[in-house]
Design a protein. Sequence first.
Length: 276
Amino acid sequence: MNSINRRWRKILTERTINASGATWPRSSPRNSYARSTSSCRIIPTCSNQPQAPHHRKRNLRARLRSNNSIKELSSGSIPLINNSLQRGNFCFMPMALAAVFVILPGCSLFGGPSKKTISLSDEAVVLKVEFEKQKKEGLCGLSSLVMLMKYWKVPGKPEVEKELARQAESENGLSGKAVQEYLEECGFSVFLFNGVLSGDSKRSLFYHIDKGRPVLVLVSTGTGARKHYLLIMGYDIPQNRVVFIDPVRGLMALPHDRFEKMWEPCEKFSLLAVPK
């Protein structure tokens, strides 16, 4: 019996090697991602049944979350940040859920008519994240928290969220520490680190997207000392774009260099939260 089990484990392993040589975990995540099509279609794939990978050339499919992913993150291999955590602050602007917008070069991220509709490439990797629009200035952090918790299907605590909203309004935003404490109270393992965009490092945003984990980041809006929370939930290598949810305008994409320019003033603040 043991030899049969070993043989089947070997077969399963050989069949779950993707283009990069990494193996796929066999257990199903609470949410898995769907690759975008030319019309940027995002498909929910929540299921209690394991999702079989579809192998294609140059496939950038994400690894599905498994129980091992939490153990891996608990290994201390992500260098945590100890700097003072900055605050987010922002205003309202219209958005459209069905489209992906890209910021034109040279335009302020949150000022003026600077967006156009684009289609992502077939190689784009996009997680399914339900949009939650921030209701008042300074509530981008709270809206991002709600989106993150809905993605993982973890219920929030309304009374605590009301208190966080009052705190954000009075202090023009939520500190990273406040965000971390609320997520931990709701049963998440939380990691704060200075991120990078790509690479195999556990500090890489794209690495965690491939694992099915959205990452919360803090960026500078270019207006005084204002900071703004965004939820990174995808990338498009052929088009050199980062895909994210803006709590004000919804689904958006930016060229890598443009995003880095906004991210750098906030010391590349990144927050990863995974249910325990």
